[in-house]
Design a protein around this ligand. Structure first.
Ligand code: NI
Length: 188
């Protein structure tokens, strides 16, 4: 397994439309293992293959909820390290949304390709989706909560869309300016 480089905006590859996987192979399974390792290391809760430069319709998601659901939000990195998270790795290959609810939910989204920037995004609160897992087995299920939000965010990546595209131009430009400033500060 290996930690892969995550592509960041404004890299043009993030705008590529990914191709469906025709047959799930060992090479895909190796990629998926690397994607999980990369996502956990980042850390993040979702990663699309195009974010590591592979234009195939593959996503990994792990919401990594705290073992103790009543635990307080960690206030420092130190505290965060002490929390045990429940691993719940999910793989979505060729995901398709077949139904979405009229009710929307708002979530303060972030993205490993737009590091350290966040924005409130409205999306359907519940979706029904079909997909293949890493063994090529077909699934069809209704998803809600953060999993539904995360799936829609990751599926956007497969079509070259970033969460910032859902914001007003004003907000998007503000975030991108802040990101540039952050990068300059880090490079200095
Ligand atoms: Ni993302």
């Amino acid at each position: 397994m290996a930690i892969l480089d995550i592509i960041e905006t404004p890299d043009a590859r993030l705008r590529v439309i990914s191709s469906p996987v025709e047959r799930v192979t060992d090479a895909h399974r190796a990629l998926i293992a690397d994607m999980f390792e990369t996502m956990y290391d980042a850390p993040g809760i979702g990663l699309a293959a195009i974010q590591v430069g592979v234009a195939e319709r593959i996503l990994v998601i792990d919401l990594q909820r705290p073992e103790d659901p009543d635990a307080a939000e960690p206030e420092s990195e130190e505290e965060a390290k002490k929390i045990t998270y429940v691993r719940d790795p999910r793989v979505f290959i060729n995901p398709v949304i077949t139904w979405e609810s009229d009710d929307v939910s708002v979530y303060n989204e972030g993205c490993l390709s737009v590091p350290e920037m966040y924005g409130d995004i409205d999306r359907p609160a519940r979706v029904r989706a079909t997909w293949l897992d890493e063994q090529g087995v077909a699934h069809d299920a209704e998803l809600d909560g953060l999993l539904a939000t995360c799936l829609q965010h990751e599926m956007d990546h497969l079509d070259g869309v970033l969460f910032i595209d859902h914001l007003s131009k004003l907000k998007r430009d503000m975030l991108l300016k802040r990101l540039e400033k952050l990068r300059r500060a880090k490079a200095a």
